[in-house]
Design a protein around this ligand. Structure first.
Ligand code: A3P
Length: 364
């Protein structure tokens, strides 16, 4: 048994192992305890560098379970922080280059030709050995202030994410300058989405992205999701790690459903959290610019056509929809059958540790 980021790499149960085998794009999975994190095999080699990745105080980390609306919020964060007037010359550069994805290496390492990202990388860093850590290098070198996306939970990234502020926070609670001082430390935005919609969206993702290449039935995918065999599972442990920190002044939790329903109110709260001064008129334009329909029109800003050839199963993407699939909440109601709904009900009942979470999702 090996140790990775203070976790034990454990043997998966035969059931989880069988479900994990349905993802043909992955050379293998590992499972870590505590929490049961399911991650691609490559995580073992990268864990130390990821754990030691240095953050700056002006970084914003966007942490999510995949398919929770990460790309949407990533564009909102980058735009609010860098492009509030919507005139930034870099705005049309693919999002993952403007806003690095911390552990991208563990996902795409097995893809032999990594498309324009690898080309751009070799032009920019001709001396860097591309066989290890391209994504980490890009993240290290990204211009500040950085918006860094990760799907890893707190225990797998640097201890400096949030915890470094603890002592100061206690002191600052007593001071009159609390807000100003909090802004001197990195901030984390965490997004929660209805797990049933996450599951449906993740199924689509795992069918179109070659590095997952899910080849089972939808029913099997629901089992894989619920039983913790999808990459970055388990869902509830992921949400819990953020929820436990929800009173930390440098953490802001968003709900996808609330962002959809009360968009302006939620955008305003987010901008306040980030300490930004965005006018009402600017905010209206940012809301429109980052709307589902506008982002879908600019989908080549997320995956360029050449990268799409490398990363996606284009036949499936053409038949079943691309990355910007539906962008709605509650589609599980018409997509899941009665058995699947019941399976989710039982699972939510058993694992949802705070009923306020499901209330935030459903009582809008
Ligand atoms: P669906 O598959 O339900 O449509 P992630 O970025 O975490 O992978 O999440 C992807 C989900 O967010 C997809 O959900 C996608 O359509 C949705 N999405 C992407 N951009 C969006 C936007 N601007 N507004 C709302 N939803 C968006």
């Amino acid at each position: 048994m090996s140790i990775v980021s203070n976790h034990n790499v454990v043997k998966m149960s035969p059931r989880v192992e069988d479900l994990a085998k349905l993802f043909k794009g992955k050379p293998g999975m590992i499972q870590l305890q505590p929490k049961g994190w399911a991650l691609p095999l490559a995580f073992e080699r990268y864990s130390k560098d990821i754990k030691e990745f240095p953050f700056y105080e002006d970084d914003t980390i966007l942490m999510t379970m995949p398919k929770s609306g990460t790309t949407w919020i990533q564009e909102i964060l980058w735009t609010m922080k860098n492009n509030a007037k919507l005139d930034h010359p870099m705005a049309s550069v693919p999002l993952n280059r403007r806003s690095p994805f911390l552990e991208v290496d563990i996902l795409v390492e097995q893809i032999q030709h990594r498309g324009t990202i690898a080309e751009m990388f070799s032009q920019q860093y001709p001396d860097f050995d591309q066989s290890y850590g391209m994504g980490l290098h890009v993240a290290r070198k990204a211009p500040r202030p950085r918006v860094i996306k990760t799907h890893l939970s707190f225990s797998l990234i640097s201890d400096s994410a949030l915890s470094n502020t603890k002592v100061l926070i206690d002191k600052m609670r007593k001071s009159n300058h609390t807000k100003t001082l909090f802004l001197m430390f990195l901030q984390i935005v965490y997004v929660i989405r209805d797990p049933r919609d996450v599951c449906i969206s993740y199924h689509h993702h795992c069918r179109i992205f070659k590095y997952e290449d899910f080849q089972g039935t939808f029913d099997q995918f629901v089992d894989a999701f619920i039983e913790g065999a999808v990459t970055y599972a388990p869902y509830w442990a992921h949400v819990k790690a953020a929820w436990e920190r929800r009173n930390h002044p440098n953490l802001h939790i968003l709900f996808y459903e609330k962002m959809k329903k009360n968009t302006k109110e939620e955008f305003m709260k987010l901008s306040k959290f980030l300490g930004l001064d965005i006018s009402d008129a600017q905010m209206d334009k940012i809301i429109e610019y980052t709307s589902f329909s506008e982002m879908k029109k600019r989908d080549i800003h997320v995956i360029s056509p050449r990268d799409a050839h490398v990363m996606l199963n284009l036949v499936r993407a053409n038949e079943e929809g691309g990355f910007f699939r539906q962008g709605t909440s509650g589609s599980w109601k018409s997509t899941l059958n009665e058995d699947q709904k019941e399976k989710f009900n039982v699972w939510i009942e058993k694992n949802c540790f705070d009923k306020v979470i499901m209330e935030n999702i459903t009582n809008l």
